[in-house]
Design a protein around this ligand. Structure first.
Ligand SMILES: Cc1cc2nc3c(=O)[nH]c(=O)nc-3n(C[C@H](O)[C@H](O)[C@H](O)COP(=O)(O)OP(=O)(O)OC[C@H]3O[C@@H](n4cnc5c(N)ncnc54)[C@H](O)[C@@H]3O)c2cc1C
Ligand code: SF4
Length: 491
């Protein structure tokens, strides 16, 4: 192993793994990130880590990844040990190494007055190397406990929960209503943000470890929760928060107005070689994306790849400042405006616009224009919008296709109505400190109980639910807790 310099941050500028050139990547559905990276360059990036006494980056990472440890191991060239440390807290580091918004990076101490360590790039490099060198394979348990657990939903929460429980010796079956395993990692996140073979490879790993998969099986329709409870010793609901929000304004019934997930999932299916209709609805059209968030950004990028004539992303909120204001100091998450990868490829953003009506100007039953109001908001102490002032009530944007990407209301609980599972006040599935729902032996994890979030939280929740289920089934557990929660008492 080679030595490292203590002041690497003075010797090397921050250079993350690059993205592909926007002009090239917009013409295909391959991942937007550069395929290759240079080992020596990544080792230098790891050397920028100051190995702080209090690694605030770990506090920024929802699952408490052991970031300074693997930075150090990478710098010294010990990639295999770095991979082991990465897997100690994260079942699927490539899910996060490619898609995570990396809240760890603004939390890095260097981010106070410099560029933070390229933590996400280093994470990706470690796991890329792990797969390339054949270091990642099945790790089946040495003994079986005789207990059976059903996991409902195969997103990152369900898969992490299944792998942890299986490695603890329990027999796990994952039920998924869709025809493919992976949740939003497969049907949701665009292929150019996350290639689907990466999920299939993990599903193979889990299957070889002994996890059983039942795709095409909707719980509450094909099999009831009561049947699962009588056939299994415990159940984990990792059903996501897939109910989409809609807008109720005049003209909503016109053709050419779609919910974001209908549009995005159809494109995922098309990329998987399925026949879908309409195949590329954005082609040649003026596209308006309602919603300034990340799902909206994925719609913008997909519309470009389908050959849209023009794309406008509309946000109800005002534009954030480019720099942290004094009221938002480090290490708080920065509330600043970042141009998204999608808008770097083209299109434009509009802010402080509230939708008022969809208009069919030529009477053919299809949307032609979106009417909006330019607004100024006042907020309550929690930062929620409470009242609007209309500055201009006649803003018009031409629209041949409108994609509604204004967020998600919560999990689909209607199939479980007969089982007494109901949404809490936030629309999510309430759980107690054991991550158990109001139904005995039925646990929940991921977006279903957190609300719409990000992949790393789902993995952490899946791991924590597995630990709680193991504890509940056996009275003891060796499964690690995610660092964001205190270790529950054992026994
Ligand atoms: C368009 C889009 C892009 C995103 N991009 C990113 C990103 O770049 N980075 C990031 O970190 N996060 C991203 N996210 C968020 C991330 O995908 C989610 O936070 C994460 O997938 C949640 O994981 P989960 O396992 O809780 O649920 P999900 O991934 O939603 O999986 C839940 C699964 O449960 C299944 N299910 C539901 N009900 C039933 C039932 N009754 N029976 C059987 N199966 C059922 C569903 O079909 C689904 O497959 C994105 C989300 C969207 C919508
Ligand atoms: S999972 Fe996300 S927050 Fe955690 S270390 Fe990786 S990039 Fe950072």
């Amino acid at each position: 192993m080679s030595e490292r310099h203590p002041n690497g941050f003075l010797r090397h500028p921050r250079i993350p793994i690059a993205y592909r050139d926007t002009r090239k990547r917009i013409g295909d559905y391959r991942e937007i990130y550069a395929e290759d990276w240079d080992e020596a360059a990544l080792r230098a990036q790891g050397e920028r880590c100051m190995d702080c006494g209090v690694p605030s980056c770990m506090g920024g990472c929802p699952i408490g990844n052991l970031i300074p440890d693997w930075n150090d191991l990478v710098t010294r060239g010990n990639w295999r040990e770095a991979l082991a440390r990465l897997h100690a807290t994260n079942n699927f580091p490539e899910f996060t190494g490619y898609t995570c918004p990396a809240p760890c990076e603004p939390a890095c101490v260097l981010a106070r007055n410099q560029s933070p360590v390229t933590i996400k790039s280093i994470e990706r490099a470690i796991v890329d190397m792990g797969w390339a060198r054949g270091w990642i394979g099945p790790e089946p348990p040495s003994r079986r406990s005789g207990r059976r657990v059903a996991v409902v939903g195969s997103g990152p929460a369900g898969l992490a929960c299944a792998q942890q429980l299986n490695r603890a010796g329990h027999s796990v079956t994952v039920f998924e209503r869709d025809d493919a395993i992976g949740g939003l990692m497969v049907y949701g996140i665009p292929d150019f943000k996350f290639a689907k073979y990466r999920v299939a490879r993990r599903v193979r790993q889990l299957a070889e470890e002994g996890v059983a998969f039942r795709p095409g099986t909707a719980i509450g329709r094909d099999v009831t929760l009561a049947q699962l409870r009588s056939g299994f010793d415990a159940v984990c609901l990792a059903i996501g928060a897939t109910v989409q929000r809609d807008v109720a304004i005049p003209g909503r019934a016109l053709a050419g107005i779609e919910l974001a997930m209908d549009f995005l999932v159809r494109e995922n299916r098309r990329q998987a070689g399925r026949r879908v209709r309409p195949a590329a609805p954005a082609r040649g059209r003026r596209v308006v994306v309602l919603g300034g968030g990340d799902t909206g950004a994925d719609c913008v990028a997909t519309a470009h790849r389908q050959g849209a004539r023009e794309v406008v992303q509309v946000s109800i909120n005002p534009r954030r400042p480019a720099q942290r204001p004094a009221t938002n100091p480090w290490p708080e998450p920065p509330r600043v405006h970042h141009p998204t990868y999608a808008l770097e490829e083209g299109g434009r953003e509009e802010f402080s616009l509230d939708s008022a009506a969809f208009v069919d100007s030529d009477g053919d039953g299809r949307v032609d224009e979106l009417r909006l109001e330019r607004v100024a908001w006042s907020y309550d102490r929690a930062g929620r919008r409470v009242a609007k002032r209309v500055l201009d009530s006649d803003v018009r944007v031409p629209a041949g296709l409108v994609l509604i990407a204004i967020g998600f209301a919560g999990p689909e609980l209607a199939p479980f109505a007969a089982d007494g599972l109901a949404a809490g006040p936030r629309g999510t599935l309430p759980v107690d400190a054991r991550m158990m729902t109001s139904v005995d032996g039925v646990f929940a994890a991921g977006d279903a109980c957190r609300g719409p979030s990000i992949v790393v939280w789902a993995i952490g929740e899946g791991r924590d639910a597995a630990r709680q289920i193991d504890l509940w089934l056996t009275g003891d557990t060796r499964l690690p807790a995610s660092l964001r929660t205190p270790n529950p008492p054992i026994g």
